[in-house]
Design a protein around this ligand. Structure first.
Ligand code: ADP
Length: 419
């Protein structure tokens, strides 16, 4: 460690022995992201970005709220393939970045959406690239997202590995092409996945063959494929083969990735969709009073805890909070291993405390607690809903609590619901 060390590894390019990997954190910006799939390749130019785009288009066509995090920092190509040119915006103090949006509603974040001139070369070193990716994860307002695809930097070395350590990746898709040393690349990717305890969802062989548009004859331009043997050796059963097609390249160049035929990836989608989701086996807490969702998180005296398996409630019990104030209440929920809190009004401080503990917050629920849980499991309640008491103004009275009874800054008030 040098004497000038600031202990902020995120802003430093040095690879000293004290470097720490960025931490996986769940900020309020990403607490609604349900599944994260990383797309990797052995080297650049094999079609990793194309496959990432196709996977996202496929998921969006199937009705999932979809996002792409373009982690290929030195060769970002995702915005261009979707024709997204508008730069990303941010909030007033620059702490939250708003993602770009494709014509059909896929959220995207890429360095290209932040750089003034997208042809400027990016010559950052690995640790800084990894920090940028971790910032995309933490600082972008991803909102409610069913599946996020990460277009990883090429290779199976340090940078993708750091990304896996700093993002909660649920599955990996490996993209190869027939001219690569496929066995070696797949073996490396599988080893990396094992190291991180993440499943390999499947293999995509891009540029597998070329079908002559005139006579229909199939040509194996880069030689015969060895993808099936490689997959069998590694116990991977889902494979997609994508042909070389000048029309594909033309669509992507024209920013029309959403017009591609992506049905070849249907089996991959089914596998991704089937990865056991956090939401299928979860513990849900609801702020509770007399069977109803209690409206002030910071004053909750009781929570009802629901255990959910395979998307169904299997048991429920009551707990007394025994305390007041959002930090103490968040601690109570953490002790109960709660994954999701359903509540009514809740303030920003409480949201942050819960998110930093990995607890997803679903605010603005009203009525029966049991019905609210059922609605959440049916996808009718979401983390994007606005807390119904996020204002704090003189004379405002919301249920049991009168916000006008204390100062504008809420001093002396431990209500988590109104500021
Ligand atoms: P990577 O992300 O692995 O660097 P890209 O997805 O950016 O690779 O693809 C590299 C180039 O090859 C792009 O111009 C892309 O449009 C083109 N390309 C990729 N796959 C195909 C394909 N199957 N048919 C035609 N062109 C393709």
């Amino acid at each position: 460690m040098s004497e000038e060390c600031t202990h902020d590894c995120g802003s430093c390019g040095s690879s000293c022995g004290d470097r720490t990997a960025p931490q996986i954190s769940r900020s309020t910006n990403n607490s609604g992201v349900k599944k994260v799939i990383a797309v990797v390749s052995g080297k650049g130019g094999v079609g990793k970005s194309l496959v990432t785009s196709m996977l996202a288009v496929n998921a969006a066509k199937k009705g999932l709220k979809t996002a792409i995090l373009d982690a290929d920092i030195t060769g970002p190509s995702i915005p261009k393939s979707f024709g997204v040119v508008e730069k990303a915006g941010c909030n007033e103090d620059g702490t939250v970045i708003y993602p770009g949006m494709t014509k059909k509603g896929i959220k995207i974040m890429s360095l290209n959406l932040l750089m003034e001139n997208e042809t400027d070369p990016v010559i950052w070193r690995g640790p800084v690239i990894a920090s940028a990716v971790s910032q995309f994860w933490n600082d972008v307002a991803w909102g409610d997202t069913d599946v996020m695809f990460i277009d990883c930097p090429p290779g199976t070395g340090d940078v993708p590995l750091t990304i896996f350590q700093s993002l909660p990746v649920d599955g990996i898709v490996v993209v190869t092409s027939p001219q690569e040393l496929v066995t070696m690349i797949v073996d490396k990717a599988v080893n990396m996945a094992k190291l991180m305890n993440i499943p390999v969802v499947g293999l995509v062989e891009n540029m597998s063959y070329f079908k002559c548009p005139d006579c229909g004859k199939v040509h194996y331009i880069y030689g015969e494929s060895h993808i099936h043997e490689t997959a069998a050796k590694n116990g991977i059963d889902i494979i997609a083969q994508i042909p070389i097609d000048p029309k594909t390249a033309a669509s992507v160049d024209a920013g029309e990735a959403e017009e591609l035929d992506v049905s070849v990836l249907d089996p991959m989608f089914d596998k991704i969709n089937g990865i056991s989701k956090e939401t299928e086996n979860v513990t849900i807490a609801v702020t509770y009073e007399d069977g109803q969702v209690f409206q002030h998180f910071g004053h909750s005296e009781h929570f009802k805890i629901y255990n959910v398996e395979d998307g169904k409630v299997v048991s429920g019990h009551m707990i007394d909070s025994g305390s007041e104030g959002h930090e103490a209440l968040a601690g109570v929920l953490q002790q109960e291993h709660v994954d999701v809190l359903i509540c009514g009004g809740i303030g920003g401080g409480a949201m942050d405390a819960l998110s930093s503990m990995g607890i997803q917050v679903v605010p603005a629920a009203t009525g029966s607690a049991d019905d609210a849980v059922a609605a959440y499991l049916n996808g009718q309640l979401s983390v994007d809903m606005q807390p119904n008491c996020d204002h704090h103004e003189e004379g405002h009275s919301c249920g049991s609590h009168d916000c006008g009874s204390h100062g504008d800054d809420g001093e002396g008030c431990s209500c988590g619901g109104c500021h």
